[in-house]
Design a protein around this ligand. Sequence first.
Ligand SMILES: [Zn+2]
Length: 116
Amino acid sequence: MSSNIKITRICQFCDADFTARTTVTKYCSHKCASRAYKQRTRNRNIEKSVAETVQVISVKKIELQAKEFLSINEASELLNVSRWTISRAIAADRLKAVRMGKRVIIRRKDIDQLFT
Ligand SMILES: [Zn+2]
């Protein structure tokens, strides 16, 4: 669509002044338009990836919360503390744990007990 109007606008990508032929032109050049498009696509992909990661983490948390018995690793993930912190709590008798062979098993109930 061509028109006779000329409007000075500011490019939304490079901030340069330019003369637009329509009231909806956002960019000074095809280059800026395609760069802006690329940036939008990139941002969308980043947002999508972040959302997926958040979802995976929360699914994992829900699974951990549903488990009756946990390893030190799982307990540390559930509480968002290091494995070392869990081990210290066990060593200090603040958290009950049972050693079974090479594995240390913690009851979820005992983790909940920490907060009562
Ligand atoms: Zn521009």
